[in-house]
Design a protein around this ligand. Structure first.
Ligand code: LUZ
Ligand code: MOS
Length: 761
């Protein structure tokens, strides 16, 4: 089944926040944000801005009736700065104006005096100064301290990975609509409607039942709207409260890039030890996470880094520690993978460095250490349904990476200034919010008297196709034509207390709730059919819109049966609740069973590097992916292609740069480069590995949102392979993204330890 939005998308008819027709008299909110990364606000002069044409009001923190606090996990982030600013782009004041242009013009007229304070942009420096978001956390298994003694090889090093701008096509925004008796309805481009509702209520000082949040769809989220859509919704709602008018707040691209947080950059120290057969005996890592100026979701992101520190390898002895470091950049936030990619990058770096030093193929070490059923993860969960070896073996069978390597080697021997590189990247990603309580969802299903169906869930459609999957669930349980089912907007009045659409778990959680709701209605329908056809409930089946009794087609169809229920005063609506069974985690012991299941896969990257210019292009990415039983192969393949390209972007060309003063240098699309059609792999082949899936996955169709992003890590190591083919003694710090500049410097670098006269080739 195609994505149900594909037609309105291609016709330009899909409605996003900025497309909602505005009521006459709608006002516009524009934000004045800090020009300094860390400073005391000495004075704020608003007179000129207030006198500016079209300006209705200017709000500061003094105009907040409730709590000036938006921190979800830790209350450490004011909505509007009070006496200090902690990052460039921190909101200080809100200008409410009659037009967007008037609002932006007035923002420029706000004058302020600041007294600058010391700025930290380096997480290691923050850690040295003990500027931490929370105490460090350590996950441990076995006893690495003593395991080092038994190691034949011990390799140490450092690996850094950079930030990433979400670059959703639809920028952050919201439209607030005042209702009777102080209620406000907010149309928001958010992944977390309840987060918006809860935090807006807190800042406005009103109960949650006076805020209704409605989300039709997002033009992309990628984690950037899990927590950070809230600010702009509150800006609109607070402005609406102060004016009793409709208020819209939509960020321009450069405002969005400047004011919102990104993927967390990490800098990490690793130490890995192997026995003589290259089995990992011990692994220790210290992760320094660049949290930015406030906690936001950083503690949860940090936790997932620790969970995924082993990627898909078995670690008998390990100790991994993570520091969440407070710096003066915008608070970094959720981004597809949620800290997992950063953790996995480091162990891949450790294995790559080992392979380079021992002069063996990285894949040999990878394969020897793949997880097997029954292996214990370092967080206490036992591996079940493990597909690591199966994916790896199928990769060999489908794509013959050894042949690719031999071809690359032969190519490299014939070409002096063009080199090919190959890398294999296996993945393992845990499905569930790591915070157990968040693994719950609800659905509300109505069957109308004409037989049409409306489904509301907590799932937010952000382009990932979750609405299509919800529709498939309802149509399949009822066995009716999909055209009868409509997926409604995500609305906090219809479905309450939702978890954000995140953690790759949205289709599972909301799909299971939808399944339960539909099954409850179906049971009543069958009961009625049994009466109508003078049989018993267990003799009844509804198939393709018709009722069957004992396998025999009756003349009772779906619409007649629905009408019969109604005429007999039976409910055609149901609200159901689902909570993932069996999962738990004890944060005091750092042990438990946090994940419903894991998703596995293996990818092979083939890159060609131009050794005169340092540029590169990906010849192919070939993947064997563990789908379980995919319920929608078009959508799932789309997620994999998109994830791979986004992962390649993170690892290669997307470079978030702040200067020493904490100013974002890559603040526009002219300075921040994302993959375009010319930089995507020439070929992406996805081999769908049908596996049993998991009972905890909707229809055994495994979660697919985040896992494929981590294939992109293979891009980094494929380029590294090619650079080393040109210059085996290259001095190559492990530091992503591997931009063409870094490639060029690497190609012509000389190793400090092993200087040789000439680059080889
Ligand atoms: N969000 C969250 C996530 O709050 N908890 C998680 O575990 C998570 N994982 C992935 C993406 N978003
Ligand atoms: Mo996400 S990083 O699943 O919002």
């Amino acid at each position: 089944m195609k994505n149900i939005d594909s037609k309105t998308h291609t016709r330009g008819e899909s409605i996003y926040v900025d497309d909602i027709p505005m009521t006459a008299g709608t006002l516009f909110a524009a934000v004045y944000d800090s020009p300094f990364a860390h400073a005391k606000i000495v004075s704020l002069q608003l007179e000129d801005a207030l006198a500016s044409e079209g300006v209705v009001k200017i709000l500061t923190y003094k105009d907040i009736p409730g709590d000036n606090q938006i921190g979800g996990i830790i209350p450490d982030e004011p909505l509007l700065a009070e006496d200090t600013v902690d990052f460039c782009g921190m909101p200080v004041a809100i200008v409410i104006a009659k037009s967007e242009e008037a609002g932006h013009a007035a923002v420029k007229k706000i004058k302020a005096e600041y007294k600058q304070l010391p700025v930290i942009t380096d997480p290691r420096e923050a850690a040295r100064q003990n500027k931490l978001i929370m105490p460090p956390r350590t996950f441990q298994i076995g006893d690495s301290d003593t395991a080092w003694k038994n190691c034949a090889h011990i390799i140490e090093g450092r690996a850094d990975s950079g930030g990433q701008e979400h670059l959703y096509i639809e920028t952050q925004g919201a439209y607030a609509v005042p209702q009777e008796n102080g209620k406000i309805k907010i149309y928001s481009s958010t992944q977390g409607p309840t987060a918006v509702q809860r935090t807006t209520a807190r800042v406005l000082g009103i109960p949650m039942n006076k805020i209704e949040v409605d989300v039709t769809r997002l033009g992309g989220g990628f984690g950037g709207k899990e927590d950070q859509a809230t600010t702009w919704a509150i800006v609109a709602a607070l402005s609406s409260m102060h004016t009793n008018r409709h208020v819209k707040c939509i960020l321009h691209r450069m405002e969005d890039m400047r004011m919102t947080g990104k993927r967390h950059p990490y800098t990490s120290d690793f130490k890995i030890g192997f026995d003589k057969d290259l089995k990992i005996l011990a692994y220790e890592t210290t992760f320094y996470q660049d949290a930015g100026a406030a906690a936001d979701l950083s503690p949860a992101v940090l936790e997932r880094t620790l969970f995924h520190a082993n990627n898909t390898y078995y670690l008998p002895n390990a100790k991994v520690t993570a520091y969440s470091c407070k710096t003066n950049v915008p608070p970094n936030t959720a981004f597809r993978g949620f800290g997992g990619p950063q953790g996995m990058f480091v162990i891949e770096a450790a294995i790559a460095k080992t392979a380079e030093i021992l002069k063996i193929d990285k894949a040999v070490i990878q394969e020897k250490n793949l997880l097997k059923n029954g292996d214990l993860f370092h967080y206490g969960q036992t591996t079940t349904g493990c597909e690591a070896q199966n994916c790896w073996d199928n990769t060999k069978k489908q794509f013959d990476p050894d042949k690719l390597k031999a071809e690359a080697k032969s190519f490299n021997s014939k070409n002096k200034f063009v080199k090919k590189g190959i890398a294999i990247m296996p993945i393992c990603f845990g499905i569930s919010f790591t915070k157990t309580l968040m693994n719950q969802a609800r659905a509300l299903v109505h069957v109308y008297t004409d037989g049409s169906v409306a489904v509301s869930t907590g799932a937010v459609e952000m382009g990932q196709g979750v609405n299509t999957k919800m529709l498939q669930v309802a149509a399949s349980i009822f066995s009716i034509d999909p055209s009868r089912v409509r997926i409604e907007s995500t609305n906090t009045t219809r479905v309450a207390n939702t978890s954000p659409s995140a953690a790759s778990a949205t289709a599972d959680l909301n799909g299971k709730a939808t399944e339960l709701a539909c099954k409850a209605i179906l049971a009543r329908l069958k009961k009625r059919a049994a009466i109508e056809l003078s049989g018993t409930e267990n003799e009844i089946e509804i198939k393709d819109e018709f009722v069957y009794i004992n396998g025999v087609h009756s003349n009772l169809n779906w619409s007649k049966l629905v009408m019969s229920c109604y005429l007999n005063r039976e409910s055609l609506s149901e609200s159901a609740h689902y909570a993932t069974p069996g999962i738990h985690f004890d944060g005091t012991k750092e042990k438990g069973e946090p994940f419903a299941y894991h998703v596995y896969g293996t990818s092979v990257f083939e890159v060609t590097v131009d050794c005169l210019r340092g540029i590169y292009s990906f010849d192919s990415v070939k993947v064997v992916h563990d789908f379980g039983k995919s319920m929608n192969t078009i959508i799932d393949r789309g997620q994999i292609e998109g994830g791979i390209v986004q992962g390649i972007g993170w690892m290669t060309m997307e470079e978030v740069l702040y200067n020493k003063d904490g100013k974002l240098l890559t603040n526009a699309l002219s300075t921040y480069k994302v993959p375009d059609i010319y930089s995507v792999p020439k070929e992406i082949i996805i081999h769908a590995l049908e596996t049993p899936g998991s009972e905890k996955a909707i229809f055994n169709s495994k979660a697919v949102g985040e896992p494929p992003l981590m294939y992109g890590i293979g891009a980094y190591f494929a380029i590294r392979d090619a650079v080393l083919a040109f210059n085996p003694d290259a001095e190559l710090p492990i530091s992503a993204p591997f931009t063409p500049e870094k490639v060029l410097m690497g190609l012509y670098s000389e190793s400090k330890s092993r200087r040789t006269a000439e680059p080889q080739g």
